[in-house]
Design a protein around this ligand. Sequence first.
Ligand SMILES: [Zn+2]
Length: 210
Amino acid sequence: MPDKSTTSEPPTSKSSGAKSPAVTPNAAESSSAPEKSGPARKIYQIMKYGDPILEKPSKSITKFDAELAELAEDMFATMYSAQGIGLAAPQIGKSIRIAVVDVTGGKNPEAKIVLVNPEIIHGEGEKREEEGCLSIPGFRGYVVRPQFVTVKAQDVKGQEFEIRGEDLLARAFCHEIDHLNGILFLTHLSMLKRDMIRRKIRKLKKQGEW
Ligand SMILES: [Zn+2]
């Protein structure tokens, strides 16, 4: 479910809350390449459960430069190629506080949200839905999350903003911010379900399939 507040705006305008970086460097913009999609993006390998980077808290970002903007775009590309709706930096081996979310899976450019140093400042209601994670492929489980959350974050330029999410978007915000704190959705499952998934992953590892 895309954030309704961002869907009514024309694609050229700047959306108020959900800052899409739109950072095609000038050089690339003015090049004669006929493609609209900009420079080729780096597709990162996604870390799988078991890698210690996924379970440690990430560091705050203090440098808001072109490199960070590039990283955000590469994270979107990586996320889309893995058919995800959210991706946090630890999942690509970087222990820094940036995550990208797009609950439309790339269908609506206005739904692209970059969260730098995000924090949940308000949560409301409860929803229990099935959740998965690109770092734990093939496994899903029911997790209770707030139905509405308000997140305070910075964009790739360091500009602070607040954004409200409902249902799937709220869930994605919570899931990605958890990643930045070294928490995986498995933590929120029942012990029985969690142990079952861990056992299966151990087995896959032994078979060299993880
Ligand atoms: Zn995840």
